[in-house]
Design a protein around this ligand. Structure first.
Ligand SMILES: [Zn+2]
Length: 62
C-alpha cells in the first residue's frame, strides 16, 4: 500500500471527509500536510504520519 493510500485511510478513519490530495500532499481544511512514513513500531501505528506543511504558508506570506 502506498503512503498516500495509508494517509487516506487514516483520515477517513478519523471521520474526516473534507480533504483532498495535491500530488502527495494532503490538504485538510486549507492546511497542507506532508505525508511521511512512520517507523515508531507502536502496535497501533498505521505507519503514516502527517506533518503540517509550513513551507506553503510561508510562500503565501512572502
Ligand atoms: Zn508510528
Amino acid at each position: 500500500m502506498t503512503l498516500k493510500a495509508r494517509a487516506q485511510e487514516k483520515v477517513e478513519r478519523a471521520g474526516i471527509s473534507n480533504y483532498s490530495f495535491d500530488h502527495d500532499v494532503l490538504v485538510m481544511c486549507g492546511v497542507r500536510y506532508t505525508i511521511e512514513a512512520c517507523e515508531c513500531g507502536e502496535p497501533d501505528c498505521d505507519g503514516v504520519r502527517l506533518r503540517k506543511n509550513a513551507t506553503a504558508i510561508g510562500r503565501i506570506l512572502q
